[in-house]
Write a protein that binds this ligand. Structure first.
Ligand code: FES
Ligand code: FES
Length: 182
């Protein structure tokens, strides 16, 4: 039997506006539609993945108003006016984010299903704790499950990204000092 589809004209739904990866977006969808589905189906941002669909695995994690949320548990109505970042918003001008580079170099990703959520949880951590301890990294990723890596490579990747961020800042600082000394 085919699944009955909701064919209500989208104009019947109230407009819901929010920001995704720095751009303003407006959708007209059922207000209780999951943010996860709005991102993937309506905005075609398919980087965010569904694992459990029940708030248990973290694979659908996105940053919303500077908090990490499971987008499978957020009705899009709650995103009205919010500032949202998805995994598509990590790379800048085509350059991978240090976390993405570190996951590549340290084997932090295998099948990839958990990876976008892991990256967003790690990004949330580094945004507030740029020099995390091993314990802080584990705690920050405690809500994100991975069936493939055994977690160690993921923890190493996050630590390496934090170090790379330090090195980049030190380099920028040195360049700035050189510039002022001229
Ligand atoms: S799909 Fe959202 S927490 Fe698992
Ligand atoms: S890389 Fe496969 S679930 Fe984490």
């Amino acid at each position: 039997m085919s699944r009955k589809r909701d064919e209500s004209p989208s104009s019947l739904w109230p407009a819901i506006q929010f920001t995704v990866n720095g751009g303003s977006r407006t959708v007209r969808v059922p207000p209780m539609k999951r943010l996860l589905d709005v991102l993937r189906e309506d905005l075609h941002l398919t980087g965010t993945k569904e694992g459990c669909g029940e708030g248990e695995c973290g694979s659908c994690s996105v940053r919303m108003n500077d908090e990490l949320v499971n987008s499978c548990l957020v009705p899009v109505l709650q995103a009205e006016g919010a500032d949202i970042q998805t995994v598509e918003g990590l790379a800048l001008n085509g350059d991978l984010h240090p976390l993405q580079q570190a996951f590549l170099h340290h084997g932090g990703a295998q099948c990839g299903i958990c990876t976008p959520g892991m990256l967003m949880a790690a990004a949330q951590l580094l945004a507030h704790t740029p020099h995390p301890s091993a314990t802080e990294i584990r705690e920050a990723l405690a809500g994100n499950l991975c069936r493939c890596t055994g977690f160690m490579h993921i923890f190493e990747s996050v630590a390496a990204a934090a170090d790379a961020h330090d090195a980049q800042q030190a380099n920028e600082h040195t360049m700035e000092q050189t510039h002022h000394a001229r």
